[in-house]
Design a protein around this ligand. Structure first.
Ligand code: BGC
Length: 754
């Protein structure tokens, strides 16, 4: 048996070696034919339009492709268009080298899933992998072979609009999700017609921008990088991600796009990454603004640091030759970068068949198929988080009168959320439509808009860059409000759909105030004043400040931006066809002054515990230390109780394993899904260690009254961290283990690591 496995293993290794030798031969012989200009041309990534996120767009794209001055194109879709662009390269450029075609496929392609922050709230890696798989199927049916996802930047600051694009504040959960997404996109085999090359971004630490302002400075200790921010990028690399995108920010004074420590020392040498590194959109030329020199200087710095491909700056295209002549870069470096671009194309099978992703039949049958839409509905429902539910106002009865109120209640334009460049908002299901689809004939639905998303014209202009997401109703705010209050008066229950417009989060969408806009807040207060039970259905791309809401409304369901099928999914949850099971992956602060706020912080020398005398303890005079809703929190229509933790042994020996178990019981009256979370704390260490760190989670579904035992194995590997010498170690001593329903509601036990 063992010999059999050995033979199979060595057969696989041999096959891999021979495949890579074949690739090397092919690329060696191609590169021998290439001129210096053609090699540099491969490093140039251009966009003829699409979602333009900078002030620059590439010019004369066709001519450049003909001249061998383009390695890849992003921002176009459709097998016919992509075929035409590919034909220029393959038929008209001297060496007929095919192009690679990329796009921001972030949370679905045509069928849009919840924004990544919402997806992460499902805590279901198989589900997230499925969303990436469907996205890859659709993207490849639409001509693409490269997606700029997963975005894995850890974010602890909800002012930062791009918190919407990632998996929240925790590196352990973020790593599991990064892996699942890479697997979903690539399926471990780029040569298939249905897989795409993934691109993990934004390397590195982009989510730690000072003051939550986009593109801003990042400065942190190496300890923090290694222990709190790097893991998800590394997990994507370990999962075989084909490419990495550098970030816009500086790290330790050096922009990530020319940061040798990040791009070479950590990424290539420590993590063994062998794929392609691409810059972010003009992040090379932006280093002029960072004060690192002119275009030639910053381009040379980027290449020398380990950058392979230049997105839109054209700094490589226009200056590398001169830099080579002046001895500022080496031919080896150019060759290395060119080889990596060619390898990506080879692995994608583009040299065999440059048109392999241009299949019009697949385009017709696979985009937004019924099956994909069905998955989108299911996945969306799984992303919603029930934040409050007094007196079981939810689920709603399928009878009586509902007042559906709010500027987002019947609003196709904002259902998809940020970075849904290929999604068609007109094909999305609004909450009004969803409720009509699900409620049945016995429910009477009354509607009033109640308020504009915002009334601030300067703000609206800023948000509306991609189209009218916020419009000002012809009726005055007073008229809208009165109408809503009158409508509410006729109903048994009010469902208020409030929150953000799609592009109030995402790139360049930082906010200093993360509560409801004033007009919406006024509306909500007026609705509460009617005395009717008010259910707040929130649409949002970031944790918001909801202290007043939490105190006054009956129920809050956070639905993020749920995607194409969001309306149906919201209705499924509101009426109890699906019992909500999402849990937060980013803390919701009580106010902006608490930011950054995250569960896995260090202790202070003067920790404050509720009940302590607060003076000279670490706290605020005006607000508690705790968030309004903690990491891992989310309610269900049923309730769960946890037994005490039982440990198989309270001594863990290196090389050994102990298990920690709890019994979880469904103590309510409905079937429900619970995410059981495992945290640990190292009580004494060579450096200060976090008060809690997520180390595992499991999902169980329980019938009313049912109990299941949930067991987590723990080994020393789970307890390792980077010490002051940046060595990945474990340290013997006392540990605490916590198991519970959120980071703030746990059972605990103690063990010793020998
Ligand atoms: C964003 C990236 C994106 C790129 C290409 C940039 O502005 O930061 O996330 O992949 O544009 O569209």
């Amino acid at each position: 048996m063992a010999t059999g496995i050995l033979i199979i293993c060595s057969f696989t290794v041999n096959a891999q070696n021979s495949a890579s030798a074949k690739m090397d031969n092919f690329i060696n012989s191609l590169m021998k034919k290439m001129t210096l200009d053609e090699k540099i041309g491969q490093l140039n990534l251009v966009t003829p339009g699409g979602a333009v996120t900078g002030s620059v767009v590439s010019k004369d794209v066709d001519t450049k492709i003909r001249n061998g001055q383009v390695g890849g194109l992003f921002g176009i879709t459709g097998p016919d268009k992509i075929r035409r662009a590919q034909e220029i390269a393959v038929k008209n450029s001297r060496l007929h080298i095919p192009l690679i075609f990329g796009l921001d496929v972030i949370h679905g392609h045509r069928t849009i899933f919840p924004i990544p922050l919402g997806l992460s709230a499902s805590w279901d890696t198989a589900l997230i992998r499925r969303s990436a798989r469907i996205a890859a199927n659709e993207a490849t049916a639409d001509g693409l072979n490269w997606v700029y996802s997963p975005m894995v930047d850890i974010a602890r600051d909800p002012r930062w609009g791009r918190i919407a694009e990632g998996s929240g504040e925790d590196a352990f959960l973020g790593s599991q999700i990064a892996k699942a997404m890479v697997e979903g996109y690539q399926e471990n085999d780029l040569s298939k017609d249905t897989t795409v090359m993934a691109c993990v971004k934004h390397y590195a630490l982009y989510g730690a921008a000072e003051a939550g302002r986009d593109y801003n400075t990042v400065d942190m200790s190496k300890l923090r990088m290694y222990n709190e921010y790097f893991a998800p990028y590394k997990a994507a690399v370990d999962a075989g991600v084909g490419s990495v995108m550098s970030s816009f920010n500086t790290v330790d004074g050096i922009p990530a796009s020319a940061n040798k420590f990040l791009l070479t020392d950590v990424l290539r040498k420590q993590w063994g990454f062998q794929g392609l590194v691409v810059s972010d959109y003009t992040s090379i030329s932006e280093m002029i603004n960072h004060g690192l020199g002119n275009l030639q200087a910053v381009s040379a710095k980027a290449l020398n640091a380990g950058m392979d491909m230049d997105m839109v700056s054209e700094g490589f295209l226009t200056t590398l030759k001169k830099s080579l002549q002046q001895g500022k870069v080496t031919l080896d470096k150019i060759n290395e970068a060119c080889r990596r671009v060619l390898e990506a194309k080879y692995k994608l099978g583009l040299f065999e068949d440059p048109y392999r992703y241009c299949n019009e039949e697949r385009e017709k049958t696979e985009l937004m198929s019924d099956a994909n839409l069905q998955s989108a509905r299911e996945i969306a429902a799984r992303s919603f988080v029930l934040l409050k539910n007094d007196n079981q106002v939810l689920p709603l009865k399928k009878s009586g009168t509902i007042a559906l109120i709010g500027p987002l209640a019947d609003n196709k334009r904002n259902m998809l959320g940020t970075w849904s460049v290929s999604g068609d908002p007109q094909k999305s299901i609004t909450i009004m439509q969803g409720i009509k689809n699900v409620a049945g004939e016995n429910v009477n639905i009354l509607y009033a808009k109640g308020a504009n998303i915002s009334d601030d014209t300067a703000f609206i202009k800023r948000v509306n860059v991609f189209g009218t997401e916020i419009d000002i109703d012809p009726k005055s705010p007073e008229e809208l409000l009165n109408e809503a209050v009158e409508t509410a008066g006729k109903a048994d229950v009010v469902v208020a759909v409030l929150g953000e417009a799609a592009d109030m989060t995402g790139e360049s969408s930082s906010m200093s105030n993360i509560g409801l806009q004033p007009g919406q807040e006024k509306l909500l207060k007026a609705l509460v004043k009617t005395g009717k039970p008010v259910v707040l259905v929130l649409m949002n791309g970031r944790p918001m400040t909801l202290s007043w809401e939490d105190e006054h409304v009956s129920a809050i369901l956070d639905t993020w931006f749920g995607g194409t099928e969001a309306g149906n999914a919201v209705a499924d949850v509101l009426f109890g066809n699906y019992n909500p099971s999402g849990k937060l992956t980013a803390s919701f602060p009580r106010n902006v002054g608490q930011i950054p706020i995250y569960y896995n912080h260090l202790n202070t020398g003067r920790p404050y515990h509720p009940g302590d005398s607060p003076k000279f303890k670490s706290n605020y005079l005006d607000v508690p230390n705790t968030p309004l809703y903690p990491f891992g929190y989310g309610l269900s229509y049923t309730t769960f109780s946890y037994s005490d933790i039982s440990l198989s042994n309270n001594v863990l020996k290196p090389g050994g394993k102990i298990t920690a178990s709890v019994n979880v019981t469904n103590t309510g009256t409905r079937k429900g899904k619970e995410t059981v979370q495992l945290y640990t704390r190292q009580m004494v260490g060579s450096i200060a260690r976090p008060v809690k760190e997520l180390k595992g989670f499991q999902q169980i579904t329980l019938e009313p009254g049912e109990t299941k035992k949930v067991t987590f194995p723990i080994s020393v590997d789970d307890l390792k961290f980077y010490n002051s010498d940046l060595k990945y170690v474990y340290e013997p001593g006392d540990f605490k283990i916590f198991i519970g329903t959120s980071s703030a509601d746990v059972k605990e036990a103690d063990f010793k690591l020998e």
